[in-house]
Design a binder for this molecule. Structure first.
Ligand SMILES: NC(=O)C1=CN([C@@H]2O[C@H](COP(=O)(O)OP(=O)(O)OC[C@H]3O[C@@H](n4cnc5c(N)ncnc54)[C@H](OP(=O)(O)O)[C@@H]3O)[C@@H](O)[C@H]2O)C=CC1
Ligand SMILES: Nc1nc(=O)c2c([nH]1)NC[C@@H]1CN(c3ccc(C(=O)N[C@@H](CCC(=O)O)C(=O)O)cc3)C=[N+]21
Ligand SMILES: [Mg+2]
Length: 307
C-alpha cells in the first residue's frame, strides 16, 4: 500500500541550514538593536570589544567576521590587536580597560592565545557582566548548577542547541551523546542538553568504542576536532546530528588550497540521520549569531540599570 505523502521514509537526512537560521536570528537582533536606539533617543548603542593577540590567519578571519556581524546588526565594535610577543600583563591591561569602558557591553579575547600566556588568568579577568563568550569559570560553573543561571552561555553550544530548537527537534526525554569534553564546547553542550532534560553521555579520547554510545543516541553533538570521526554506521537511523567540527583538509582544487570538513563523515551520515548540519554552513554561523545575541543581552541589562 502507498504511504501517505509526508510519511514516506526519507533516504536523505534533512539539512539543518545554520547559515539561514543564523541570518534570521541576526535580523531579529538588528531589529531589537534599532528599537533600543530609538527608545533611547539615539543615546544608547550596544558595543563589543574583540581582542586579538598574534597573527594566526584563522583567528584574523574569525575576528573579521565577528566585526562584520556587529556592523550589520548595528552593534559598535571595538578592537585591539596585539603582537604575538605581547606580555600577559599587556593583554590584562587591555581587558581591564574594556571592563571599565561603559560603551563596551561584551569582551571577547580570541583563542587560542600565544602559549606563553595563561589563558585562564586572562579569561578570569573579564568582568562577568561582559563575558559574552561565557568562558569565565563562574559562568561555566553556574551553567552546571541546578537552580542557577549563568550571565552568558558559551556561543557554540548555545548555537548548537538553538539549531535543534528552531528545527523542532525534541530534546526533553531524549538520549544525547556529546563527542568531546572541552571547557568551551563539549562540556557546556552536555550541560545545556541536560538542562533541557535530555539524558546525556559524554565520550572523549579515552572512551573505548564510542560508537557503542552513539548508536543509542537520538541527538549527537560532535566536537572532537577529528575530521570525519563519526561514521554513518555509528548512528541510530533518524537521529539528529549537530556537527561542530571545523577541520581544514588539503584540497588543491580549492582556491584556498583546503576545504573545511566536520567531525562527522557527512556523506555517510546523511544517509542514516534524520537531520544533520553541514560544514561549513552549520554551527559556525550560529556561533557568531549567538555572540551578537549575548552582546545585545548584556547591553540591555546595562541599559536597564542605567535608566
Ligand atoms: N563551529 C564553531 O563555531 C566552532 C567549532 N569548533 C570546532 O569544534 C571542534 C572541537 O573544538 P574544541 O572543543 O575547542 O577542541 P579541543 O581540542 O579543545 O577538545 C577536543 C575534545 O575532543 C576529544 N577527542 C579528541 N580526539 C578524540 C577521539 N579520537 N575520540 C573521542 N574524543 C576525542 C578530546 O578528548 P580529551 O578530553 O580526552 O582530550 C577533547 O575533549 C574542533 O573541530 C573545532 O575546530 C570549536 C569552536 C567553535
Ligand atoms: N574567544 C573565542 N571565542 C570563540 O567563539 C572562538 C574562539 N575564541 N576561537 C576560535 C573558535 C572557532 N570559532 C568559529 C566561529 C565561526 C565559525 C564560522 O563561521 N565558520 C563558517 C566557515 C568559515 C570559513 O569558511 O572559514 C562555517 O562553519 O560555515 C567557525 C568557528 C569561534 N571560536
Ligand atoms: Mg580548545
Amino acid at each position: 500500500m502507498d504511504k501517505v505523502e509526508g510519511e514516506q521514509e526519507q533516504d536523505q537526512a534533512q539539512l539543518i541550514d545554520g547559515k539561514a537560521i543564523a541570518e534570521t536570528i541576526r535580523g531579529e537582533i538588528r531589529d531589537e538593536v534599532a528599537r533600543l536606539k530609538e527608545e533611547s533617543g539615539g543615546r544608547f548603542e550596544p558595543g563589543l570589544a574583540v581582542v586579538l593577540v598574534g597573527e594566526r590567519k584563522d583567528s584574523q578571519t574569525y575576528v573579521r567576521s565577528k566585526k562584520k556581524g556587529c556592523e550589520e546588526a548595528g552593534i559598535k565594535s571595538f578592537g585591539t590587536d596585539l603582537p604575538e610577543t605581547a606580555t600577559e600583563e599587556e593583554v590584562l591591561a587591555v581587558v581591564r580597560e574594556y571592563n571599565a569602558d561603559p560603551r563596551v557591553h561584551g569582551i571577547l579575547v580570541q583563542l587560542p592565545l600565544p602559549s606563553h600566556m595563561d589563558e585562564e588568568k586572562i579569561l578570569m579577568a573579564i568582568s562577568i557582566e561582559k563575558d559574552v563568550d561565557g568562558f569565565h569559570p563562574e559562568n561555566i560553573g553556574k551553567l552546571a548548577m541546578r537552580g542557577r543561571d549563568p550571565d552568558f552561555v558559551c556561543c557554540t553550544p548555545k548555537g548548537s542547541v538553538e539549531l535543534l530548537e528552531r528545527s523542532n527537534i525534541p530534546i526533553a526525554g531524549k538520549s544525547a551523546v556529546v563527542v568531546g569534553r572541552s571547557n568551551i564546547v563539549g562540556t557546556p553542550a552536555a550541560m545545556l542538553l541536560q538542562r533541557r532534560n535530555a539524558t546525556v553521555t559524554v565520550v572523549h579520547s579515552r572512551t573505548p568504542n564510542p560508537e557503542k554510545y552513539i548508536r543509542e543516541a537520538d541527538i549527537v553533538i560532535a566536537a572532537c576536532g577529528v575530521a570525519n570521526f563519526v561514521r554513518g554506521d555509528w548512528l541510530k537511523p533518524g537521529c539528529a546530528v549537530i556537527d561542530v567540527g571545523i577541520n581544514a583538509v588539503d584540497d588543491p582544487t580549492k582556491k584556498r588550497g583546503y576545504r573545511l570538513v566536520g567531525d562527522v563523515c557527512f556523506e555517510e551520515a546523511v544517509k542514516v540521520a534524520g537531520q544533520i548540519t553541514p560544514v561549513p554552513g552549520g554551527v559556525g554561523p550560529m556561533t557568531i549569531a549567538m555572540l551578537l545575541q549575548n552582546t545585545l543581552e548584556g547591553a540591555k541589562k546595562a541599559y536597564e540599570q542605567g535608566k
